[in-house]
Design a protein around this ligand. Structure first.
Ligand code: ADE
Length: 228
């Protein structure tokens, strides 16, 4: 799977992409992540990507020309690429959206900045608008990072253990059960006896019940009425 991230802050993204699971996924060529500097598609001396809003008002708006030219160039060799824009106005990103995005072969991400992006970008270029939550970030680059991370780990082969994306929060609609590792007792806090029993059926039932209780307590909105 390939991601192209269009941003005016490429340096902000390079560090996180070069660590741990995302780094290995790229080395194994399961995922290709290209961070592109939007200023490379400007033509003036100052490499301008923003301008004042028509009609007045505070802040600056991202100009359409560099974004159109960048997306058109990237799509020339990949006409089926899916174009996503990160903005607080988008549909809220969740695990289901990540699963949907992970089925795409090539995703081009446009990171908004300043007060907004010229509306013609949204109208003519964008297939899907994504928000990572109901709060406003200084720019869309961090949001793109979140979306790339949550999506790339679902690409087959990226996670080491084949099952590790199946048995986790949201995979079946509930939060994950509590996990413990050694030592069995730490500062007088003991690991629940059931986990030391070796009885896999009993452990599975305990975990399911813990998931249910935790979800009911912390995220009742995730539960259907008959599950509560
Ligand atoms: N840009 C600024 N805030 C954002 C958010 N919450 N989600 C996606 N992009 C954003």
């Amino acid at each position: 799977m390939k991601f192209d991230i269009l941003t005016i802050l490429p340096e902000m993204l390079r560090g996180p992409l070069d660590e741990s699971i995302l780094k290995r996924a790229q080395e194994k060529q399961l995922v290709e992540i290209c961070v592109r500097n939007l200023r490379d598609w400007t033509h003036d001396k100052h490499r301008t990507t923003d301008d004042r809003p028509f009609g007045g008002g505070p802040g600056m708006v991202m100009k359409p020309e560099p974004i159109f030219e960048a997306v058109e160039e990237l799509k020339r060799s990949s006409p089926g690429a899916w174009v996503v824009m990160l903005t607080p106005q988008g549909r809220r990103f969740d695990q289901q959206a990540a699963r949907g995005l992970a089925t795409r072969e090539h995703v081009i991400m446009i990171c908004g900045h300043y007060e907004g992006v010229d509306e013609r970008v949204r109208e003519a270029l964008v297939d899907e608008e994504i928000s990572i939550g109901d709060y406003v970030l200084t720019n869309g680059a961090l949001a793109a990072m979140v979306v790339v991370d949550a999506t790339a780990r679902l690409v087959p082969g990226v996670l080491g253990h084949a099952d590790s994306a199946k048995d986790e929060s949201f995979s079946d609609g509930w939060l994950e059960y509590p996990q413990y590792t050694r030592p069995a007792e730490y500062r007088s806090m003991a690991v629940p006896e059931v986990l030391l029993s070796g009885d896999h059926a009993v452990i599975a039932a305990w975990r399911q019940e813990q998931s249910r209780q935790r979800t009911r307590r912390q995220r009742p909105d995730l539960m259907k009425d008959d599950e509560k």
